[in-house]
Each structure stands twice: as structure tokens, then as C-alpha cells.
Design a protein around this ligand. Structure first.
Ligand code: GDP
Ligand code: FE
Ligand code: FE
Length: 199
């Protein structure tokens, strides 16, 4: 298994894993462990800090089973953009979930919280950490959908290619089932498609 210390954080990986495991179903917990594995592979390839990558991956879906009522309350209490109230768990567990993670796990690292914030919709302002979590979530070893191998190949060429492929795929999927597209998802697509020639 992974032998990874967190020298800059006041908790060990083992303790963090226990807290995540208590908060979500076993099925989702297994997904989270696979996202961490994939994210660490990408971190090695693209030379990112293993500590932050591991923590961000382990917490990225921490808030996925939080109730709608709790998310709505946080949006109001924290005076977040009230347009958020129009969305649902799919968007809230990242964008609002970062506050749950901060409060319950005591994680205040802005880079980690931003990676959680951006992990579902992406953003035009993604750090490499954000990109690694966004992409690892999509291509972890348990994912099995038409196109997943192409997604993995894209991520092996560059993080930006991985982000663009995933965003395009997610948009097509959402449009096919007539789901509303969050403005950040469109922002991510437009930004990465415009930069395609640089990829
Ligand atoms: P997961 O939490 O590991 O399942 O993965 P994600 O956090 O990446 O995605 C959660 C869900 O949000 C998935 O079903 C995505 O298809 C969906 N999603 C991503 N972007 C959007 C969007 O712009 N609008 C809507 N309605 N759903 C989205
Ligand atoms: Fe998620
Ligand atoms: Fe996930």
C-alpha cells in the first residue's frame, strides 16, 4: 500500500482515511481510494506535491452524502452566490463541500480546498493540483464507460488535454440527458477549447 506521510498537516493519512470512511458509503470510499492512486500516478508523471495530491484526492467527495438541507443552509449562512440554490448535490458537493471539509476535517489549505471546489465543473483558473484531481476522478481504474481509454490517453499526453477531453465528454453526456449545464462547466470548456492549439 501507499506509504505516505503528511509532514505539513496535523494529522496522518491513516487518520484522514478513517474520517473519510466514516462519512461515505463503502462503494464511494473505494472510488476515493482509486482516485488517490490515480492522482498520485499523475502527480509523479507531472511532478506535483504528493502530500497535497493525496489529501485533495481523499477528501474530494467527502461531502457527497451531505443532505440538500445542510448545503442550502451553508449557502445562506456563508452568503455564497445565491444562484447556487438552483443547483443540486452534483454541483454542491464540490463547490459548497469545501466548507464542510474545512469545518469537519480542519483542512484550511487553500490549494486543497480549491481542488475540491473545482473537481466537478473545472474552471478557467485551474492549478495543476485542480487538474490532477479533476482528471483522476474521471479516469480512475474503476471507471468503465465508452471513451475512458481515450480519456486516459489524453491525460497521459498532458493534463490540459485530459481536462479538455473530460469536459467535452461530460458536456455531451449532460446534453444527451437534457441536464442543465453549470456556467463553470461551460467556462472550462470554452477556456480549454480556445487554448487547444497550445496543447
Ligand atoms: P463523482 O462525484 O465522483 O461522481 O464525480 P463528479 O464530482 O465529477 O461529478 C458528479 C456529477 O456531476 C456527475 O454525474 C457529472 O456528470 C455531474 N456534472 C458535472 N458537471 C455538471 C454540470 O454542469 N451540470 C450538471 N447538472 N451536472 C454536472
Ligand atoms: Fe465528486
Ligand atoms: Fe469522485
Amino acid at each position: 500500500m501507499i506509504n505516505l506521510n503528511y509532514p505539513h498537516f496535523p494529522f496522518t493519512r491513516e487518520v484522514l482515511i478513517e474520517k473519510v470512511q466514516e462519512k461515505i458509503s463503502d462503494k464511494r470510499f473505494q472510488h476515493v481510494l482509486r482516485v488517490e492512486k490515480k492522482a498520485l500516478e499523475l502527480a509523479e508523471k507531472y511532478q506535483l506535491d504528493f502530500e497535497k495530491v493525496s489529501i485533495a484526492a481523499l477528501v474530494h467527495d467527502y461531502a457527497k452524502e451531505v443532505s440538500d438541507e445542510e448545503f442550502q443552509q451553508i449557502i445562506k449562512e456563508k452568503h455564497l452566490d445565491q444562484d447556487l440554490l438552483k443547483w443540486s448535490n452534483a454541483i454542491w458537493h464540490g463547490v459548497v463541500g469545501q466548507y464542510v471539509i474545512e469545518k469537519e476535517l480542519g483542512i484550511s489549505d487553500k490549494e486543497i480546498l480549491q481542488a475540491v471546489n473545482h473537481h466537478t465543473t473545472g474552471s478557467k483558473n485551474m492549478s495543476d493540483l485542480d487538474k490532477v484531481i479533476y482528471v483522476a476522478d474521471f479516469i480512475e481504474d474503476g471507471r468503465d464507460f465508452p471513451g475512458v481509454n481515450e480519456a486516459r490517453e489524453s491525460a497521459n499526453r498532458s493534463l490540459d488535454e485530459g481536462v479538455l477531453f473530460e469536459t467535452k465528454h461530460t458536456l455531451l453526456y449532460l446534453i444527451n440527458k437534457q441536464s442543465p449545464i453549470h456556467p463553470k462547466t461551460l467556462e472550462t470548456y470554452n477556456y480549454y477549447v480556445a487554448n487547444k492549439r497550445d496543447i
